[in-house]
Design a protein around this ligand. Structure first.
Ligand code: PMP
Length: 286
């Protein structure tokens, strides 16, 4: 089925949607994005994604070409037009078409390019991986220093995923200065007893919307939270490990750099946290 996508005010079949070759998102990676999950036709954690988008744009000195009200309406319209029950809405805003290639930002009068599209994922709530867990490798974190801004510069994370795949694994834990920063497209956690350990927020990691929501729910469920960095060895010796992301929710990690974590099977804490997250996120979905 041909999807209906959104480009700068228009709903179009995906085969007819066009962006200029001079677009700074294409030439310079000068664009930010968000991915919002859809369950039962409703948007999860939408307010968080909207707030982070505003922050990413502001950190890069970009003005948002679309109002908050219109952006929510476009999300909902695309979900409806494409009959999405479970899936994702991808949103990207670039600094627009500068009409030429230059390192210098175009004049503020050049409008940004707004693109949104959907992806149907019928088993988004409980995919096989959420039951079997995933295997991760350790991978040098060679990304730029502003990982708190959600830019489309995803080449290093893509290289990390390819290295993981080559090693017969699913994903990577990025490592910088001897400690884990985050997953290649997720925030990383370990569990010791009743304690959930995850790196504190800084420019070194993306401020995950799922992370923020999950930590709140986990505190309410009487888990202890310790925000500090951990090593690969610590993850290998932890009771459990898991990652969070808007499209993966809470995903158990059963192997870290060749070593099984805990029993080598998904743990009870990760399973419980996934259930809690899904319950709460569904209740708050719009
Ligand atoms: N870190 C990185 C590097 C990511 O790409 C993502 C997913 N976009 C996350 C963390 C998780 O963030 P969120 O929960 O907002 O999807």
């Amino acid at each position: 089925m041909t999807r209906t996508v959104y480009v700068n005010g228009d709903y179009l079949p995906e085969t007819e949607a066009k962006v200029s070759i001079f677009d700074r998102g294409f030439l310079m990676g000068d664009a930010v994005y968000e991915v919002t999950s859809v369950l039962d036709g409703k948007l999860l954690d939408y307010a968080g994604h909207e707030a982070r988008l505003a922050r990413s744009l502001s950190e890069l000195g970009m003005t948002n070409p679309i109002s908050a009200e219109d952006l929510l309406a476009v999300h909902r319209e695309l979900v409806a037009k494409n009959g999405i029950v479970n899936g994702l809405v991808y949103l990207q805003i670039s600094r627009g078409n500068a009409g030429d290639r230059s390192f210098v930002f175009p004049d503020a009068s050049v409008p940004g390019t707004v693109v949104l599209f959907t992806q149907a994922v019928p088993d988004l709530d409980w995919p096989t991986a959420s039951k079997t867990g995933i295997k991760v490798i350790a991978f040098d974190d060679l990304r730029w220093g502003r990982r708190d801004i959600k830019t489309v510069q995803l080449l290093w994370p893509s290289m990390a995923k390819m290295a993981a795949k080559k090693a017969g694994c699913d994903d990577a834990f990025f490592v910088m200065d001897g400690v884990v920063t985050e997953g290649s497209s997720s925030n990383a956690y370990i569990v010791k007893g009743n304690k959930i350990i995850t790196r504190p927020l800084s420019n070194d990691i993306l401020h995950g919307i799922t992370r923020a929501a999950l930590l709140t729910y986990a505190k309410e469920a009487q888990f202890e939270i310790e925000e500090r960095a951990f090593t690969i060895e610590e993850a290998q010796n932890a009771d459990e490990a898991f990652v969070t992301g808007a499209s993966t929710f809470v995903m158990p990690v059963v192997q870290v750099d060749g070593q099984p974590v805990g029993t080598g099977a998904p743990g009870t804490v990760a399973k419980r946290l996934r259930e809690i997250y899904l319950d709460e996120a569904r209740k708050a979905a719009i």
